[in-house]
Design a protein around this ligand. Sequence first.
Ligand code: NAG
Ligand code: NAG
Ligand code: NAG
Ligand code: NAG
Ligand code: NAG
Ligand code: NAG
Ligand code: NAG
Ligand code: NAG
Ligand code: NAG
Ligand code: NAG
Length: 751
Amino acid sequence: MLFRHSIAGLSLASIALASPLQHQARQDASPCAQVSASVAAQASAATPTVPAQLAYECITSVPVNKSAALELLDTIVPYWRWQSTTAWLKDPPAEYVEKVQEAVDVWGGLDDIRSKLEGDEYENEFEFGWALYRLMQTTHDGHFVFVPDVIGTVFNWARTVPLVSISEDGEELPKAYAYPDVLAASLGNSSFTPSAISKIDGKDANDWLENWAQYGSLQDRDALYNNVFYELAVVSLGSSGAGMGTFTGGGRGRWVYPGPTTELEFENGTTTTLNNYAKVLVPFDGVTDGESLYKIWFTSTKPTGVTAEPAATATSTSIPAPGYPPPVIRASNNFIGGYYMEDDYSDIAVLSVPSFSSAALGNLSFPDIAAQFLSLAKAAGKKKLIVDVSANGGGIILQGYDLYKQLFPKLTGYAAADRFRAFEETDLLGQKFSAISETIPRTLDTDNETLFDLIANVVSSPLNYQSDETVDGEPFPDWPAKFGPLHQHDDNYTNLFRWNLSDVLTPLNSGGLYIHGYGPLANYTEQPFETEDIVVVTDGYCASTCTIFSELMRQRANVKYISLGGRSRSGITQAVGGVKGTNNWPWDYIQFNAQYTISNLSTPEEGAEYNSTQLGEYWSTVPFDRLAIGSSINVNFRDGIRDGDETNTPLQFVYEESDCRILYTKEMTVDVTAMWKAVADTTWGGKSHCVAGGLGDYGKRMTKRDLTWSEKELSKRRQQWKRSLSIGDYPMNVFTDLRRASLDGNAIMYP
Ligand SMILES: *[C@@H]1O[C@H](CO)[C@@H](O)[C@H](O)[C@H]1NC(C)=O
Ligand SMILES: *[C@@H]1O[C@H](CO)[C@@H](O)[C@H](O)[C@H]1NC(C)=O
Ligand SMILES: *[C@@H]1O[C@H](CO)[C@@H](O)[C@H](O)[C@H]1NC(C)=O
Ligand SMILES: *[C@@H]1O[C@H](CO)[C@@H](O)[C@H](O)[C@H]1NC(C)=O
Ligand SMILES: *[C@@H]1O[C@H](CO)[C@@H](O)[C@H](O)[C@H]1NC(C)=O
Ligand SMILES: *[C@@H]1O[C@H](CO)[C@@H](O)[C@H](O)[C@H]1NC(C)=O
Ligand SMILES: *[C@@H]1O[C@H](CO)[C@@H](O)[C@H](O)[C@H]1NC(C)=O
Ligand SMILES: *[C@@H]1O[C@H](CO)[C@@H](O)[C@H](O)[C@H]1NC(C)=O
Ligand SMILES: *[C@@H]1O[C@H](CO)[C@@H](O)[C@H](O)[C@H]1NC(C)=O
Ligand SMILES: *[C@@H]1O[C@H](CO)[C@@H](O)[C@H](O)[C@H]1NC(C)=O
């Protein structure tokens, strides 16, 4: 469904409007029965929709099942023990509280929820589920996530009109606009002047939007703010990204009830009321009321098969990247792509990396695409490189290291060390994994499948002390040397350690690759671009592996970072606004490690002994049965600790300004090259677009030169491309859907 008109047309609203009529006709039926009837009447719709309020009435009519809820709380406790930052969340540094987020006592919060349950204070299952979800979400740790079924299995909420936040001239503070208005003015009727949104639901628009932004998963408030809006880099990720922004139910916005309507008041005095809606994600067969909804969808016996959506595989599905020019090379899922710029900017190549998740373009892997593009760009005489990591929620850790080493093969391969919580489970597993690994060769060279499984499951694990090196680059002599524990900040942690990037088992942790500059790729030694010829731009949505990459780029290589957008406030923003933990662990992986150790790695006697420790607390299937279909379930396993930081503060709690902040303009929300040009002007053109910060004399100036024949051709094609852009190119139906997404990674923040 595409917008063809300005907001006055509001064509999208019709999808939610189909249902109120039925709503009226069946007022006597229960809200869930009304949803059921509405779903039945939309048999041909891929995803039926109902008015937001009806969905809310239905989901809040599900009675709370106290014993089941208490069992859920009990069974999530073991997994929360793996979360590395609970002590720091409870008592964060003052600067973090001042500039980033408030403290959260997750264990205290869990106790509160338990006592409210015991005191019958939750009126329905949704109220309970929402309390649990919010407790985790307010930590703003994108790796710490569990979405209860009642929050995400049945409905995703949405608003009909995406917004953008833009500065009139690149200097004035940004204002929110309806994106269809901006498209209409940019690509349609040029005499139409959009009016900015002054109020939302009667409140000052900026305040309202800052408040709404806080429902997101990032920690930085400016990055959260950007995530509210329609953003080209995010949209290019399709269902694997945060959709059209949290305002329209993208990313974490999909789980927040937006109210029945949203009223937008424009500066010109006009008011528009949006009818909010909910997407119905599961069949409603047999659902007649809240009780039956519970029985069918919130127990271990829920219908199977609904999760079997055909996942978009990296190679088979090509998705649009509206506002991006034709690439030199690009993965079909847009996770990585390379572009050349035109005319006076012809010296510049752009590597766009909105994800570090595995991606393939035909037979090329993610690092192959980067390597090919860098060598093509060099061969074509490009002198400068913009790396655009907007929308990058992370992916595979070692792909982050690899991209850095492709750019800086001669520089040190680390900038921060890792650690995890030292507690009973990690100690028991570490002892066992280490002892077994001592009896097994560290090699990929085996035809023995049993042996290979052990190497993949045990030997290559960080719970084997041999997998990592000390901060001095030495091997750990034994498990206790790695485990510690160190008592710090009211918790216990392992000693600091680093990846051994030369490890022969690297492919088992990297999705199959070796790292440029190490092992078989040790012959890769030539740095493609000078430091000052590289600049990185972000929208703040840089999380997980993207933050590992950024720590390397900033701390080791001294590459400058430019941040985009942000709240409608003056001053500098952070460039890296997503979770800076360096590894997430899915709960099912934790469960596997515990069960595998007891059942497969131990004698029966030993297994029984383990079973009587905390390691024996991972048998319940309840957390998995009660998880929203198609949502992620993770803890942050490793902290990143900056090299030389004597305070051992997890990077998650370190505030870091970007080098320069540039505001989005109208053009940039339609044509990504307008943003890249502002970045190039600022870095190499002697024309700063920074509204705060500045790059000083960082980059050498671009020089005017004659264009080659192929550059002239590119310029012509680029002009054709710009002329060809039309409103219909910008999809208005992009929604986060992890059932349909293909994403992987061991340091990834799922949207
Ligand atoms: C409540 O949950 C328990 C499991 O803890 C289950 O046995 C029981 O049937 C549920 N009650 C209802 C009314 O669904
Ligand atoms: C273009 O916009 C102007 C101002 O909003 C309006 O008066 C005019 O009718 C529009 N023209 C068309 C063709 O839509
Ligand atoms: C006021 O601005 C809004 C948003 O751009 C637009 O939809 C509406 O038509 C404008 N109203 C008038 C009276 O111009
Ligand atoms: C990759 O695919 C292309 C075209 O299908 C083919 O020409 C090329 O040989 C393949 N490369 C490798 C390394 O398999
Ligand atoms: C394969 O490896 C396992 C585990 O090390 C070992 O017990 C078994 O004897 C090996 N099998 C063969 C055929 O070598
Ligand atoms: C840290 O370890 C000590 C003993 O080694 C233990 O007494 C203490 O409870 C642990 N602290 C936490 C928060 O687990
Ligand atoms: C890293 O791995 C390589 C190859 O497996 C090995 O030779 C080297 O000793 C390891 N380094 C450390 C510090 O463990
Ligand atoms: C490095 O070695 C590999 C094979 O071992 C070869 O394919 C590649 O071209 C070499 N790269 C360089 C930069 O020499
Ligand atoms: C562990 O053992 C169980 C039962 O003995 C078996 O079913 C399972 O496949 C084993 N798991 C692995 C990963 O080898
Ligand atoms: C461990 O305990 C669970 C129940 O808590 C039981 O189902 C399982 O059989 C036990 N396994 C072993 C090896 O003792």
